[in-house]
Design a protein around this ligand. Structure first.
Ligand SMILES: CC(C)(COP(=O)(O)OP(=O)(O)OC[C@H]1O[C@@H](n2cnc3c(N)ncnc32)[C@H](O)[C@@H]1OP(=O)(O)O)[C@@H](O)C(=O)NCCC(=O)NCCS
Length: 191
């Protein structure tokens, strides 16, 4: 299922100190992508406020970085009570990096994170004309049954296994090393 990412691209979880990067990424989305991401037209101020509030304790945000710049993101946010095992998921990829397999990789990581937290129902605010997002969800129909009318996806195996936990830990281990490299590169870059 996994395709190679565009050259120089890496995926890792965002850190709490990266809220500004997330805001700037969301602000860079072109008008159509922003509309699809937020299920309607929203202002720059809305996007800024949204990004400020996004780094809640429970949110898991995977980022797609190219040369240290955040170009794509996937949010997973538990909602309701632990008993309902529901979460919201949302994806954003800047236009030049769309249709290169980044969304597929981010959805795969998001499904793994959902599974490892026992989350069973994923809500995605997906406009009916957003065919690409629908195609993307369909690619994962073995793991996610998606009801487009009610925009709720059901994670097929919402139970962690030792293997699924290990897959997330391994992905995070790689992500941590990459994050450290990014930080060091930024520190060394001339200003
Ligand atoms: C929707 C979105 C997340 C998809 O991510 P992506 O990286 O572009 O998607 P991928 O390259 O992984 O492609 C996923 C599938 O979508 C379909 N697809 C890709 N490009 C497409 C295009 N131009 N038109 C129609 N379908 C397309 C294909 O079926 C593809 O799978 P395949 O390559 O195995 O055939 C991304 O385009 C995006 O951020 N769009 C703007 C915001 C948005 O719509 N968010 C979703 C709402 S939560």
């Amino acid at each position: 299922m996994t395709e190679p990412l565009p050259s120089g691209g890496v995926i890792r979880k965002l850190w709490i100190g990266e809220a500004d990067d997330y805001r700037d990424h969301l602000l860079r989305l072109d008008a159509q992508s922003r509309r699809n991401r937020f299920a309607g037209a929203v202002s720059d101020d809305f996007v800024r406020d949204y990004a400020d509030l996004s780094f809640g304790i429970d949110a898991i945000i995977h980022g797609f970085f190219v040369d240290g710049a955040l170009r794509g993101a996937a949010e997973l946010r538990p909602i309701g009570t632990p008993i309902t095992r529901e979460a919201e998921a949302a994806f954003s990829i800047e236009k030049p990096w769309q249709s290169h397999g980044v969304g597929s990789e981010l959805l795969e990581r998001t499904l793994l994170a959902a599974r490892n937290r026992g989350l069973k129902f994923l809500h995605m605010a997906c406009l009916t004309d957003n065919k690409r997002m629908q195609q993307l969800a369909r690619k994962f129909d073995a793991e996610l049954s998606f009801d487009f009318a009610s925009v709720v996806g059901e994670v097929a195996t919402a139970r962690p296994t030792p293997l699924s936990l290990m897959r997330e830990i391994l992905a995070d281990g790689h992500g941590f090393a990459t994050a450290m490299f990014d930080v060091q590169t930024r520190l060394l870059r001339p200003v």
